[in-house]
Design a protein around this ligand. Structure first.
Ligand code: NAP
Length: 333
């Protein structure tokens, strides 16, 4: 198989590139060159936001069985690339997000839940939800519903994470001492290991799937306690989890999801939207999710190789809790 990755050098794209190389696929990546290409790929350089920025792609010889696009800003960048490629590629996989659903989708929402209104394929940057939905529309406009795949990912974690969620928890556990552990312990979580996402994407391309797919683990694949205990174990066991009730956390003004990454209180719109999607369509189409302990251990190995300092994309908010706020809530100051 011949794969063209629009992106392919940071997190999700890089995992897709490595998985494809692992399958013996021929991989081309197109990006600006600010991040190094994974070894073993062919590189084309250009800036999707610049006038004539797709020239290298236009001029490069060749056709591809599948294009995977990880773009998450102005939809018109997807539109331009997809239009350019529609005669030269078999299928267009757009890495989208469950953020495209009209907020907040109810627990158990599937791919037919209503999506945000007002998104356009030719739009400039607006907000994340409309940018992602606009990207979906652009992919479908150019390749048609039968030759496009919309990967509506939920929370993505794993090696190369450049958002700062699992890296923050791992570094916090490594620091040790009493750690604010947001309860309840058995809170069901959904996420997808970036490598499982990558394998699913390649499988979808090979099997010529099309349409939207919610892509994350089935609900209850893991829980807050399993995730955090795995983090404690791999970082050496110096952290002591202090389970804290959701009300105490919210009363302290701590923001779920960002200040305590991954966590949102149970029984809320947030939990319905972020940890309660119906993923049966993706599971029926081959999604396999590795155990959380493996994701945590491999991410820690990657992070320690980097000296604990994870890359962070500048267009996302900073994650994590101020140590003083944590100590105040725990009463350890
Ligand atoms: N993280 C999550 O929890 C989560 C959840 C749901 C969905 N998602 C979606 O998952 C995707 C994550 O993808 P990723 O960022 O990890 O993919 P990636 O393909 O690994 O990295 C982004 C790529 O874009 C290239 N790039 C950036 N600006 C460019 C430009 N102007 N022109 C050409 N290339 C450019 C970068 O390379 P250069 O810098 O070298 O140009 C890099 O190769 C996003 O679409 C996000 O919306 C994420």
């Amino acid at each position: 198989m011949r794969l063209l990755l629009l992106g392919g050098t940071e997190f999700a794209g890089r995992a897709v590139a490595e998985a494809a190389l692992g399958r013996g696929w021929e991989v081309t990546v197109f990006h600006r060159g600010r991040h190094p290409s994974p070894p073993g790929v062919r590189t084309l350089l250009g800036d999707r936001t610049a006038l004539d920025g797709l020239a290298a792609l236009d001029e490069a010889p060749g056709e591809w069985d599948v294009v995977v696009d990880t773009w998450s800003a102005a939809p018109r960048a997807v539109r331009d690339a997809a239009r350019l490629l529609r005669g030269r590629a078999g299928r267009y996989v757009y890495v989208s997000s469950c953020s495209v659903y009209d907020w907040a989708p109810p627990a158990g929402y599937a791919e037919d839940a209503p999506v945000v209104r007002g998104a356009r394929a030719d739009a400039d940057v607006t907000d994340y939800a409309r940018d992602k939905r606009g990207g979906e529309l652009a992919a479908v406009d150019a390749f048609g519903a039968d030759r496009s795949v919309l990967v509506r990912a939920g929370l993505i974690i794993g090696p190369y994470e450049n958002v700062g969620r699992l890296p923050w928890w791992l570094n916090r556990m490594a620091r040790g001492g009493p750690v604010l552990a947001p309860g309840p312990r058995e809170l069901p979580l959904q996420y997808v290991d970036v490598r499982d996402l990558a394998e699913w994407v390649l499988g979808a391309a090979g099997r010529e799937l099309s349409g939207p797919y919610n892509l994350m683990s089935p609900q209850g694949h893991t829980t807050m306690v399993e995730l955090l205990e795995a983090c404690v174990r791999v970082t050496g066991g110096a952290a002591e989890l202090r389970w804290t009730a959701p009300e105490v956390i919210l009363e302290a003004g701590i923001e779920p999801w960002t200040q305590l990454p991954v966590w949102v209180p149970p029984g809320t719109d947030l939990h319905d939207a972020l940890h309660s999607a119906d993923v049966s369509r993706a599971v029926a189409a081959g999604l396999r999710c590795r155990p959380v302990a493996e994701t945590v251990a491999d991410t820690w190995r990657w992070l320690t190789d980097l000296g604990g300092s994870a890359p962070r994309r500048p267009d996302r908010t900073v994650k994590g809790l101020d140590p003083q706020v944590e100590a105040q809530v725990l009463g350890t100051v």
